[in-house]
Write a protein that binds this ligand. Structure first.
Ligand code: NDP
Length: 465
């Protein structure tokens, strides 16, 4: 059983709560692992928002969300029966005190709110006495630049200690990325070649077919760089390039990932994309068709301000300046409305220094792929061909990872309700991620990097490699 008594969801009427949080809690409740499902037992789910909602309305939304995520009907009905809803503006001190007055046991305060509102609520929370052990769960983006992230961290530090703060990044719970820990640190095959001597370049790619999907309110102010690269993809990088931690706990694991990000900066070696001081590219989609679905041009989507020049495809190259990886370009890329989804990490190995004369054919590059969706591992390597035993050919070893029982947000909530922040973003790391992208953001704002365009349903701008 969890020590947490109440899960307070600020922003209970929002998209995140409906689509991800309640189903995530449902997957936890329905888990076959008793320790996991017990975390959600007896929990009071206290929804809050400025809009009025009857307790019954909220309870049925909770029940539906829990069942959708995999909770059994009885367990969902039982938890929903204890759920409560308190209307109020969380940025108003009297309202916030009233909302928190309904809390029993240790509360988790989950901020499913627009980022600008979160800062205001934190300001108000600083003047309110909170129950001992209160846990804060904050969504991305955390701040809007290095300074604001640092300021937010300072404010939060006055409210609760760091280990009670969960800066959520559900990519940190990706099963294949975490699976890499076992492959590297509990085996002999991968770790000896996991370095700049053997690895030529790494690509971390998250291209999706989805377009804006009505999320202009948030996305048009963020764009692909902030929405994906600054947060999710840098977190993936931190695990790919980490040194072996002494143990997988909140201190050792996060110290290792933090070291990677501290050592990361935009690429300064030979030009990889083109010769700006911030090697990066950006583009925005125009009208097109994907799988028979017609997408309007991004600038014609409702709520988009074209003058913002928001990119829907972003690419940047960074270097991890550690003994292990100095000199290896890591390309981070994410785009919307791309023809074929490509959501994976590709590790490209260097060509061998010597190949025996007589082994003919083209060199087959060795490549290790860590698939995020689908969740697979693939290893491409050279074998001798079928017809001519001395002619090189390519073979791929592939293994699929079993789908995890918990949804990504089930995993997030497991950590939050267990009070274990190992798979959440530490304060200093949130600041480092902004520091890393700052030169790119500045180059884009000053117009140093052109905003290219690509047709929705294409692979990106035609002249990009
Ligand atoms: P929404 O835009 O749906 O807003 C959530 C709720 O916040 C609204 O329903 C509204 O509730 C409340 N709200 C809005 N403005 C204010 C305000 N000025 N003062 C007080 N409350 C306000 O956001 P999402 O649910 O999409 O996202 C919430 C957070 O989660 C964001 O930080 C987002 O970046 C993050 N996130 C979202 C994902 C998603 O897929 N939606 C995925 C990953 C992260 P009411 O009007 O009832 O008060």
């Amino acid at each position: 059983m969890s020590d947490v008594g109440t899960l307070v969801i600020f922003g209970a009427s929002g998209d995140l709560t409906k689509r991800l949080l309640l189903p995530g809690l449902g997957s936890l409740l329905g888990s076959s692992d008793d320790r996991e499902s017990a975390l959600a037992d007896d929990l009071v789910i206290l929804g809050s928002g400025r809009s009025e909602k009857s307790t019954d309305e909220w309870r049925s939304a909770v029940r539906e969300g829990l069942v959708e995520g995999g909770a059994g009907d009885d367990a969902a009905a039982s938890l929903a029966q204890h759920a409560d809803y308190v209307a109020g503006d969380p940025t108003d001190k009297a309202d916030l005190e009233r909302i928190l007055g309904s809390v029993t046991g240790i509360p988790v305060l989950y901020f499913a709110l627009p980022p600008s509102v979160v800062t205001d609520v934190i300001d108000v929370l600083a003047d309110i006495e909170l129950p001992k052990g209160t846990i804060l769960a904050l969504e991305k983006p955390f701040g809007s630049d290095t300074r604001s992230a640092a300021a937010l961290n300072r404010k939060i530090a006055k409210i609760v200690p760091e280990h009670q703060v969960h800066r959520i990044d559900h990519f940190l719970g990706e099963p294949t990325v975490l699976g890499l820990l076992g492959m590297r640190f509990a085996g002999r095959i991968l770790e000896p070649v996991w370095n700049a001597e053997n690895i030529e370049r790494v690509e971390i790619v998250y291209d999706e077919q989805l377009g804006l999907e009505g999320r202009a309110g948030y996305y048009d102010g963020a764009g692909a760089l902030v929405d994906m690269l600054q947060s999710h993809l840098l977190q993936l990088l931190s695990i790919i390039a980490m040194e072996p931690p002494i143990s997988i706990d909140e201190d050792d694991f996060r110290n290792s990932t933090a070291q990677v990000l501290k050592a990361t900066r935009v690429w300064t070696g030979e030009p990889v994309l083109h010769s700006t001081d911030a090697p990066s590219r950006r583009a925005r989609y125009t009208a097109g068709t994907i799988d028979g679905r017609t997408l309007p041009s991004y600038v014609d989507e409702e709520g988009v301000d074209p003058s913002r020049e928001t990119e829907t495809l972003a690419e940047m190259v960074v270097e991890v300046n550690t003994r292990r990886f100095a000199g290896v370009p890591f390309t981070l890329r994410s785009g919307k409305a791309i023809a074929e989804p490509r959501r994976q990490i590709e590790v490209h190995f260097r060509a061998p220094a010597f190949v025996p004369h007589g082994l003919t054919g083209k060199r087959v590059p060795e490549r290790f792929v860590i698939g995020i969706h689908p969740q697979v591992f693939e290893l491409d390597f050279a074998v001798n061909g079928e017809k001519d035993p001395f002619h090189l050919d390519r073979a791929t070893l592939e293994t699929e990872v079993a789908s995890p029982e918990l949804t990504q947000y089930g995993e997030v909530l497991r950590g939050v309700l267990a009070g274990d922040p190992t798979l959440s973003v530490r304060g200093d790391v949130a600041e480092q991620c902004w520091r890393i992208v700052t030169p790119v953001l500045e180059a884009w704002r000053s117009g140093d990097v052109p905003l290219d365009s690509y047709r929705a349903g294409s692979h990106g701008p035609t002249d990009w490699r």
